[in-house]
Ligand binder design. Structure first.
Ligand code: KIV
Length: 302
């Protein structure tokens, strides 16, 4: 597995906070510390999550749904993803930034996949990419990316880009044959060089089995607390995306209600003339010109 090292910014040297790398994430797991990871799609959220100490920010293709309003992740493009990867990379000072490779950006062969992954690193400023599945084609892509120094995160279990084949948002690996296939896929991905594996919507016992069998960290979403780390979609955690409500989501705040309240207060303040407060939130005319301005106003009066 290639090990990414990222130059520490001046600020991170001063605060002595770790700038996360493949190696530092692996060390955390080896010490038994859980990886704290979240999706992120914009600069200011990235800065907040980074300051809060999140280890890894995934610019997930879930932004197709949460940011762009599509019903699933299938329609987001490389250029659209890149736009958000750049913003998150600018905001992250310590967190490890992973760009999700969207549908059709890596399924058509390793040459195109390599070019697209390269754009996320070179133009987007990400430190790694994530791919879904473990088909022979995906394994070939992983090998090529790792070989040229692009760290890769795998993603198994419920893989949203296979939505139409899987027939909906469903828990995976619920029988022994599927468990064996999942384990085999996980081992193949590890052998191909992924440095971490997302396990989405699989039974706890299956996530536990796979986590124990792998040397690389597993990051769970809807896979119980047995994984080496957890990931949630940031809009779910903050309670501002309500189109889907999967069982595994825990909402840590109701930001939808808070935002609605703030906007209602804003509207009321505008109507009452309470906003803006001219003494504080506006710009007075320079006092030395006030006499002339008053004359002009008077001369224009009807
Ligand atoms: O796109 C995404 O948000 C993801 C996470 C659910 C892991 O892939």
């Amino acid at each position: 597995m290639s090990v990414h090292t990222q130059p520490a910014s001046d600020e991170s040297r001063l605060t002595k906070r770790t700038v996360q790398t493949v190696a530092s994430l692996r060390r955390k797991t080896e010490k038994g510390q859980k990886l704290v990871t979240l999706t992120c799609y914009d600069f200011s959220t990235a800065r907040i999550l980074d300051d809060a100490g999140v280890d890894l920010l995934l610019v997930g293709d879930s932004l197709a749904m949460t940011v762009l309003g599509h019903p699933n992740t299938l329609s987001v493009t490389v250029d659209e993803m890149l736009h958000h990867v750049k913003a998150v990379s600018r905001g992250a000072r310590h967190a490890f930034v992973v760009a999700d490779m969207p549908f059709m950006s890596y399924q058509t062969g390793w040459i195109e996949a390599t070019k697209n992954a390269g754009r996320f690193i070179q133009e987007g400023g990400a430190q790694a990419v994530k791919l879904e599945g473990a088909s022979d084609g995906v394994i070939e892509v992983v090998r090529h990316l790792v070989e040229i120094g692009i760290p890769v995160v795998g993603h198994l279990g419920f893989t949203p880009q296979m939505l139409n084949t899987l027939g909906g948002f469903k828990v995976q690996a619920k029988n022994l044959d599927d468990v064996k296939k999942l384990l085999n896929d996980a081992m193949r991905l590890q052998e191909a060089g992924v440095f971490a594996l997302v396990l989405e919507m699989v039974p706890v016992e299956v996530a536990d089995l796979i986590t124990r069998q792998l040397k690389i960290p597993t990051i769970g979403i809807g896979a119980g607390n047995v994984c080496d780390g957890q990931i949630l979609v940031i809009d779910d955690l903050l309670g501002r995306y309500s189109e889907l409500s999967p069982r595994f989501v825990r909402r840590y705040m109701d930001s939808k209600a808070l935002i609605q309240q703030a906007v209602t207060d804003y509207a009321a303040d505008i109507q009452s003339g309470n906003f803006p407060d001219n003494a504080v939130e506006a710009f007075p005319f320079p006092p030395e010109g006030m006499a002339e301005l008053s004359q002009l106003t008077a001369s224009l009066a009807p």
